[in-house]
Design a protein around this ligand. Structure first.
Ligand code: NAI
Length: 403
């Protein structure tokens, strides 16, 4: 299909710059709707879509995907992808893209804000003044010279490290994988060593069986007296009861939490937490990545993934698909062959091409779970016959030519 005919359906008011980016790349047929769709309205809309973009509310279930015959790619303009039946999409040969890193900076900035608020007691002093008090004293600290202990030195942890050093903080980090320290940051030999030295500990690990209750009573009491804890990673990484106790006992001087083991479902629901009401404890409603800039970055990132896939066949960043990325060549057309991952498909393709005297200029095969993804470049004059041959190969899910 020529690029200008590819039909994009973008739901849930994804950022306008996704539309702009797609149009600039030559994709003219982009429809942007403000809300989510469900039921018949969703099924009808998908009939006129080759590519769909959603956020977290549109459910692309197994049944919905079965009724969307033209769908070539799905983009989740958010982090999570559990609103999409990923296995069904894979079996249908549809890569699903998301934007896991577009909000990194926003999360790191929230941590910096929390550090400064905790050190100056900003939240409770602000509340005191609003309530008619004047809580003025000098029992507050600068961030400069304090030690920040970053647990999990991935995308967010490393970004935070750079920002914290620009405030004059000393940065220690702990990660179970070897990580290159940025700036003057130092790797701690163990989590315990980091906890013993840090004035502020900030968590940036994913939730895994190993990180559930990663910080509980033992770890909290390894922290220095008067230290503070920040958790913007996942709620279950910290034992909330233990943290509440460590603050009430005066061992810790404060905490900031953006994530909780169980989070309210709507704006009118209350958070159930032993941390509510404690002094110098900042509780925010999982807003680490929720900024206009992050939404804009997500728009660019997912639109970029679509463009790469449609114009090049690249599946980098797809959560349910083998990752392939090959530079395009001027003198060839590219063939994409998505097939069932079973023995014999590649040899069948190569045999058919040899029988038709089609020379393969470049070829790469990658597999993931039930699907194989074969990308090949052939001479312009051979590409039409080659595509016809590919479509007849046993195990083919779908094939496409880029020219
Ligand atoms: P990432 O995958 O880039 O980094 C995670 C790091 O943690 C990696 O370096 C990994 O090696 C390390 N790690 C994993 N298990 C570990 C263990 N047992 N011990 C020590 N280190 C361990 O992830 P990223 O993007 O930096 O995100 C970190 C966390 O932030 C995730 O939990 C994510 O869900 C959360 N997050 C929260 C947001 C919010 O709105 N509050 C928004 C975005 C992400």
């Amino acid at each position: 299909m020529p690029h200008q005919d590819t039909r994009f359906l973008l739901l849930e008011g994804v950022h306008q710059n996704a539309v702009t980016t797609l149009k600039q790349a030559g994709f003219a047929r982009v429809e942007l709707l403000p809300g989510a769709l469900e039921g018949d309205a969703l099924a009808d809309a998908l009939q006129r879509a080759d590519v769909v973009g959603i956020r977290s509310r549109t459910q692309l279930s197994d049944a919905v995907l079965q009724t969307a015959p033209h769908l070539q790619a799905i983009g989740c303009f958010c982090i999570g992808t559990n609103q999409v039946a990923l296995e069904r999409a894979q079996a249908l040969g549809i890569p699903v893209f998301n934007a896991p890193y577009s909000n990194t900076r926003s999360v790191a900035e929230l941590v910096i804000a929390n550090i400064l608020c905790l050190l100056r007691g900003l939240t409770w002093r602000n509340q005191g003044v609003h309530e008619g008090h004047w809580p003025k004293d000098s029992k507050a600290n600068e961030a400069r010279g304090k030690t920040l202990g970053i647990v999990g030195y991935g995308n967010i942890g490393a970004q935070l490290s750079v920002l914290a050093e620009s405030l004059g903080m000393r940065v220690l980090f702990y990660d179970f994988r070897p990580r290159l320290p940025l700036g003057n940051a130092e790797a701690a030999p163990s989590l315990d060593a980091l906890l013993a030295q840090a004035d502020i500990v900030s968590l940036h690990v994913p939730e895994t069986p190993a990180t559930r209750n990663f910080i509980s009573a033992r770890e909290l009491y390894l922290m220095k007296k008067g230290a503070m804890l920040i958790n913007v990673s996942r709620g279950r990484c910290v034992a909330a009861d233990d943290l509440a106790e460590a603050i009430q006992s005066g061992h810790l001087a404060g905490a900031a939490l953006d994530v909780f083991p169980v989070e309210p479902k709507s704006a009118d629901d209350a958070l159930e937490s032993p941390l509510r009401g404690l002094k110098n404890v900042i509780l925010t409603p999982h807003i680490g990545g929720s900024t206009i800039e992050a939404q804009a970055n997500i728009g660019l990132e997912v639109a970029g993934r679509f463009i790469q896939y449609l114009k090049n066949g690249a599946t980098v960043g797809a959560v349910n698909f083998p990752e392939v990325s090959l530079p395009l060549r001027e003198d060839t057309h590219r063939l994409l062959h998505i097939h069932e991952n079973r023995p014999g498909v590649l040899s069948a393709v190569n045999r058919l091409f040899a029988e038709h005297n089609i020379n393969i200029a470049a070829q790469t095969l990658s597999t993931k779970d039930s699907v194989g993804y074969l990308v090949m470049d052939v001479a312009h004059s051979d590409s039409e016959v080659a595509l016809e041959q590919l479509q007849g190969v046993d195990g083919t899910i779908r094939s496409r030519r880029i020219y």
